[in-house]
Design a protein around this ligand. Structure first.
Ligand SMILES: C[S@@+](CC[C@H](N)C(=O)[O-])C[C@H]1O[C@@H](n2cnc3c(N)ncnc32)[C@H](O)[C@@H]1O
Length: 344
């Protein structure tokens, strides 16, 4: 990727986003200095985040949020308060932990009142679960701390079980949780829970010497592209296309629709992986010097990141093309065959 687009995003007034930051991110240029990193996941209205920044002036504090409203509000607050040690990132925890952070890079992780709709069991993928916790433990530095708070008793029970089954973490309390944490600044949800008479459950864990699960850093793969030879015209392929889906474990790929351009077709594709969701365009271009040859590639519109899911999408579309006529064949490709079982 062109690194120049990552220069001085703060100066440029750009919002930081896990889709546009380098994978993994070198935090030094973003903060200007190197200090231990503290992460808050889902900072909401930011009271706890600001408190963290003021309590640990010799650390850098990174806040993750998926709500644009919260991001804008807290960004204004951070600016007004001149909190130069804080950076806010528009990202899910799953994407940031897997792709932005390197192993053992975080000294503290704070999670306050996640998944308030846990009980209604929406489609929602809950934050506290095995694979996300394993990545989190991998990203915690030796002796690094994990703090979690919730006001949902079932969520507390589920988290207690999950944390107890995590060999890389030691409970700092003698009980699975405590109901009081003296000195703690209250978050918006916490204040509401207490006002409504709901008990809060606080967890504190320390990273021990046990090896963490080996989690490969979610680096980018190369840009996938495929060159095919086919007797079919783009017009014929356009006519043949029908939306289709692919589901495997937690990967979901939806080939939604196709658009016609000059000497090209553009396929709109939704790719959902455990750590990231992307809506991308795959472009099928007629090669100018060889009209019977087509190039299939990822459009660079927006910030598509070439993940395993994107390689799989290119592989599946390439298979659809090959299956569409017996004389269609793949001439060359850069799809990571060993990861996605490329059929060409
Ligand atoms: C119930 S609110 C709690 C907000 C704040 N921590 C508090 O205690 O007042 C949960 C927050 O987490 C954010 N959130 C939900 N899922 C997330 C995810 N996967 N990654 C990052 N933030 C998330 C939501 O946008 C929301 O602001």
């Amino acid at each position: 990727m062109n690194s120049s687009r990552f220069e001085d995003p703060i100066e440029a007034g750009e919002k930081l986003n896990s889709r546009s930051l380098p994978w993994p991110t070198d935090w030094r240029p973003l903060f200007g200095t190197e200090r231990p990193l503290i992460l808050e996941i889902g900072f909401g209205y930011g009271h706890y985040l600001v408190h963290l920044a003021r309590t640990y002036p010799d650390h850098h504090v990174i806040g993750l949020e998926i709500s644009n409203r919260c991001l804008s509000k807290v960004e204004r607050w951070v600016k007004r308060a001149h909190l130069s040690s804080v950076r806010l990132i528009h990202s899910t925890a799953e994407t940031a932990l897997a792709h932005l952070f390197t192993p053992a890079s975080l000294t503290q992780v704070h999670i306050n009142f996640p998944d308030p709709w846990f009980k209604s069991r929406h489609e929602h993928r809950r934050l506290m679960q095995r694979d996300t916790l394993d990545v989190l433990v991998n990203r915690l530095a030796p002796d690094g701390l994990l703090y979690l708070a919730t006001d949902i008793s079932e969520y507390a029970e589920m988290s207690a079980e999950l944390l107890a089954e995590t060999p890389g973490l030691d409970n700092l309390y003698e009980t699975p949780w405590v109901h009081q944490m003296p000195g703690r600044v209250m978050t918006k949800y916490e204040r509401k829970a207490i006002a409504e008479g709901r008990p809060c459950y606080y967890f504190a864990y320390r990273r021990n010497q046990q090896p963490a699960h080996v989690i490969v850093e979610g680096r980018e793969l190369i840009m996938p592209h495929v060159v095919l030879e086919t007797p079919l015209s783009l017009e014929m392929l356009y006519e043949r296309f029908q939306p289709f889906e692919y589901n495997e474990n937690e990967m979901h790929i939806h080939f939604m629709q196709v658009f016609r351009g000059d000497h090209s077709l553009l396929f709109e594709v939704f790719v959902k992986e455990v750590t990231i969701e992307q809506r991308v365009a795959l472009v099928l271009l007629q090669r100018q010097d060889h009209p019977t040859e087509l190039t299939l590639q990822l459009s660079t519109l927006g910030y598509p990141r070439p993940t395993i899911g994107i390689h799989k999408a290119v592989s599946l579309l390439s298979k659809w093309l090959v299956d569409s006529h017996p004389e269609t064949r793949v001439i060359k490709h850069t799809v990571q065959s060993e990861l996605v079982n490329f059929v060409g």
